[in-house]
Design a protein. Structure first.
Length: 703
């Protein structure tokens, strides 16, 4: 409590709970006909079911607790964060600070903190708190995809922010070694991936460790009481009654049976749900209702909760009618204000977003692979497109790299005279002449733009655009007669009505197409999936390959909104355009997806992720597959991530790319290095770079 010295905690979420008080007799306060009727109903309920009435009285008598004020949260940060990190501006978020105090003052806590709300750090700090208070052994449960990041980087990152002395023991190892570790008796925190709870020796491991504290991060992984992993954990909890800390996404929109078995041993007498299984079922008849009125007997059970909510939250009174919606609203208010419950926002998700990358197999001896890599080499080293054209700007090089890294390119060709009314032989010849002079301007040895920039680039004259602007204003003064003459000849050849070449897709290497087909073969039988792509040519190629492999696949280009949203197609593989379908659509009924082409823009990526990682998603872990393979792929993703960090820090809008779980961690590059390669990455401030480095590790400049 030293962190709160001198602060007014009269509104604090963590003031000590007051002794429960009985509900006042309704007739003493209000003699209206409604109050008389309610008193009669209450009396009848108490006589018919004293246990039910006692539980509702207990729940309504729990103290109403409030979020920490910013001043209180900052005081806790001052006490809990390392001095150096605090001086650099690192602070615990409000819900993180509240979670620590809830652990100190109540059983639990139960923390429905949203994705990106800082649950991992809270888990680590609570393990430290428990050890510092004399606890010998604790267990931290994490999703399998989080495990590698936690032990590989998150704990070492946390050591730079908060005091950590508790030993961490990693249980993902061979059976013999984990049994030996469990039997060692060593003090500290034992970290389990949830997948390890499904092995036969789970019960033996827990019995040997005998943790006095179990921290369940993303606790919705234990929501299925009948599953082996949940049953084994709950048997240990029921027998040994360890302290239990639960962290998950919002649960108010789901059935209370998904978490009743967890919240009861976590909060115990402070639980806002009945402690009796039968009574919880009665509540579920109301709270889990689906757009129909509950039975009179079930509805009557929660009437005192409606009255409690009306008294303590008068601003919410319009929602607190005696309807399904009113009952749910009253329960939400009771849940979020109960002692030991720490929440963020009501819209937070209880689904972990995992961005997984598995490179596509690539054999450089294959002719198609060799051809693709040779095209990329010419772009990087000679500035030539697959058509043999000189690349004018770095952003144009990006365009060619993006296409070729996907296995294709758009071949450019001149249309035949007469194919369109305005294309005459003279127009075609003059357009070809301009194009030849354009290539000469860029590629003439020694005096062309590419070589000139290599030898003469300087401040104000270090990009094609700046050099061209200088010649337009000052002629040859800054660049010399050679380059200026080539530029002048190009400009003189230009004319109104000049035509450009047409394009057609040329398929070079199908390595990513094969990767998607192999991924589709791993899908559960009857499961639908989304395959995201950027170029139409890749969408068509994917569609052909999936059909040939025997899959029920639908191509969904722009304009096919009904096909994408039709429930009948939910069990098919939909090949969806990122630009056409990556925004505004509710696709949370899909759990499987892959993006052989990752979008360049951070906003496009955020929107694409938000189609499935949104309220209503039922998966415990939503895994978004990438198949980044070539250096360009990693650099493109890094540029997208770079801009997400910029958006997050500039606007305060949390970005999924920043707070997702990565398997493995993505490569990150300096923003200026990315811009040099045509990625147009946002310039990051020192604070933004610090966030990037702390979250994803040190940057690299290796191709």
């Amino acid at each position: 409590m030293g962190a709160l010295a001198g602060l007014d905690l009269s509104r604090s979420r963590f003031r000590p709970p007051q002794a429960p008080k009985a509900l006042p007799p309704a007739l003493e306060v209000d003699h209206s006909a409604k109050a008389k009727l309610r008193a009669l109903l209450d009396t009848a309920l108490e006589k018919r079911s004293p246990q039910t009435y006692a539980e509702i009285r207990r729940i309504c008598a729990l103290p109403v607790v409030h979020p920490l004020t910013p001043e209180e949260a900052d005081a806790i940060s001052r006490n809990e964060v390392l001095a150096e990190a605090y001086a650099e501006g690192f602070r615990l978020r409000g819900q993180q600070a509240a979670s620590l105090l809830a652990f100190d003052h109540y059983t639990g806590p139960f923390c429905p903190i949203s994705v990106g709300g800082g649950k991992t750090l809270v888990s680590i700090m609570i393990a430290e708190r428990y050890a510092r208070g004399g606890g010998e052994r604790s267990v931290l449960l994490v999703p399998p995809a989080v495990y590698g990041q936690l032990v590989g980087s998150d704990i070492s990152w946390a050591r730079k922010k908060v005091p950590l002395t508790v030993p961490f023991h990693y249980m993902q190892r061979s059976q013999r070694k984990r049994l030996d570790l469990a039997a060692s008796g060593w003090r500290g925190c034992y970290i389990f991936p949830y997948s390890l709870l499904s092995v036969k020796d789970t019960s033996q491991l827990l019995e040997q460790i005998k943790p006095g504290l179990i921290i369940a991060d993303e606790a919705h992984n234990l929501r299925h009481r009948g599953s082996a992993k949940t049953r084994r954990v709950m048997e240990f909890i029921d027998e040994h009654e360890p302290k239990l800390v639960l962290m998950s996404g919002t649960i108010t929109g789901k059935g209370i049976r998904d978490y009743w078995h967890l919240i009861s041993p976590c909060l115990r007498e402070n639980s806002p749900l009945p402690l009796s299984s039968q009574l919880a079922d009665d509540w579920g008849e109301v709270l889990d209702a689906r757009e129909q009125a509950p039975s009179k007997s079930a509805g009557r059970v929660l009437l005192p909760l409606i009255e409690w909510a009306q008294e303590h939250f008068p601003d919410e009174e319009e929602q607190l009618e005696e309807t399904v919606g009113g009952f749910r609203a009253a329960y939400r208010l009771r849940l979020t204000s109960a002692p030991g419950v720490v929440t963020t926002t009501e819209s937070a998700l209880g689904t972990t977003l995992v961005i997984h990358n598995e490179p596509a197999p690539l054999d450089e001896r294959e002719p198609s692979t060799a051809a693709m890599l040779e095209h990329l080499r010419k772009i990087d080293n000679e500035g030539l497109t697959p058509n043999g054209d000189e690349i004018e700007y770095a952003i144009h090089a990006y365009k060619w790299r993006y296409e070729l890294s996907s296995g294709f390119y758009n071949r450019l060709f001149w249309p035949e005279p007469g194919t369109k009314p305005h294309i005459t032989a003279e127009i075609l010849e003059r357009s070809q002449e301009y194009h030849a002079r354009l290539n000469a301007y860029h590629g003439t040895p020694e005096i062309g733009l590419r070589d000139w920039l290599k030898e003469n680039a300087r401040a104000g004259l270090d990009t094609p655009m700046l050099v061209g602007a200088s010649m337009a204003r000052r002629g040859s003064k800054d660049v010399g007669e050679g380059l200026y003459g080539l530029w002048r000849a190009m400009k003189d050849a230009d004319f109104e009505g000049r035509i450009e070449r047409d394009s057609e897709a040329v398929r070079v290497c199908d390595y990513k197409i094969k990767r998607v087909v192999q991924w589709a073969k791993t899908l559960p039988k009857g499961a639908g999936a989304l395959v995201w792509h950027w170029h139409k040519a890749i969408g068509r190629w994917l569609h052909e390959a999936l059909l040939e492999a025997g899959f029920d696949a639908l191509l969904c280009p722009a304009g096919e909104n009904e096909r994408v949203l039709d429930p009948k197609n939910a069990k098919k593989i939909l090949i969806v355009s990122i630009s056409a379908h990556g925004t505004g659509k509710n696709l949370q009924h899909f759990q499987y997806q892959i993006a052989p082409q990752w979008p360049r823009g951070a906003i496009a990526a955020e929107q694409m992720l938000g189609r499935t990682h949104r309220p209503g998603q039922q998966a415990d872990e939503l895994i978004f597959e990438r198949c980044d393979t070539l250096p360009f792929d990693y650099q493109n993703f890094a540029a997208c991530l770079n801009d997400s960090i910029y958006i997050h820090q500039s606007t305060g809008n949390q970005q999924k790319l920043v707070y997702a779980v990565y398997d493995p961690l993505p490569k990150v590059y300096p923003d200026e290095w990315l811009r040099e390669r045509g990625f147009q990455a946002k310039r990051l401030t020192a604070e933004q770079r610090r966030l990037r480095d702390e979250r994803f590790g040190s940057v690299t400049t290796e191709a």
